[in-house]
Unconditional design. Sequence first.
Length: 362
Amino acid sequence: MKKINLIGLTVEDLQTYVTGLGEPKYRAGQIFSWLNKFRVRSFDDMTNLPQEFRDKCAETATIDYPKIVTQQQSKLDATCKFLFRLEDGAHIESVSIPPREDAVDAEKRQTLCISTQIGCPLDCQFCATATMGFVRNLTPGEIVGQVLAVQAASEKPVTNIVFMGMGEPMLNYDNVMKAVDVLTAHTGLAFSPRRITISTAGYSTMIRRMADEDRKVKLALSLHSLRDEVRRELMPITKKFSVNGLLDALEYYSKKTKKSVMLEYIVFEGLNDTAVDIALLTKAAHRMDCRINLIPFHSIAFTNPQGISAELKGAKKADIDKFAAKLRAAAIPVFVRNSAGVDIDAACGQLAVKNEKQKKKK
Ligand code: SAH
């Protein structure tokens, strides 16, 4: 019989496991804390469990993190990219991102950007992950395991998590939310949901669902254009979910949850940086409680882009700053994201496991 990996299981899942072995339910809570709070790697270290039960666990279960194959440190900043091998031999990446210098808790903060899928089916024209195509969804264990593995390999604890690595979290909603439940459980890693951000390319229906389910994590939307015709070209998902439908969903979300949403916007020269774009963005931002993150475009030249992907040009730093100033003048909170990790292809949108590339950028 195949052994079951206990990483990523909730207390309820573990109850099913322990009762299946003829043990009382409360053992599940004990195992959960050993795995997620004390983070032991062997059943023998679970010292409050009877030896006989520890042996039964070792016969039927494992404690497996995704295996760190390489750890690449940027020479320009504190970014570190982790390449993992999963149980089936597939690879994914996570990135530890240095804090903004002006962050209040900059010294303590370690933000980890994690993946939710192997590859991605959405085909956003500016994103390197798209060139991998879609392979499969990650399990809750593979999602939580990225955090546990990086935590075990780092001196600083992981303090913030962003679901902005490979893949579209809304297409793997159940596993992502189960991972969030495990990460936020008080008897485990105990992450505050306010330190977890889920970023989507724009599934209006799922944004409404998160609001209705009163999920406490933060929400980010990769917006990039408010003009349907431009956004459709950049992000084909817009053919399914229009810009207006998205804004309605975000307004619903921010009003219902009383939470601020983060709007992410890559500034492309000549494409979404005109006075009309600024006016549309201002109007949209005034509809809801939000903040805007302006992101510099990170080159995906290494994917050999063709067509529109090859034509995209990031706005210059000075022009992004001007863009930000115009939004601030309209009383909108704006951050200009820095480009940490570009030398190791670890900046936003640059994640792609090269040996698993399935198709070239068209
Ligand atoms: N699928 C999710 C999460 C993954 S992308 C989403 O779309 O939000 C994480 C962030 O990186 C998104 O805001 C995305 O738009 C941005 N991004 C993708 N490619 C990029 C690139 N080449 N340069 C800068 N940001 C990029």
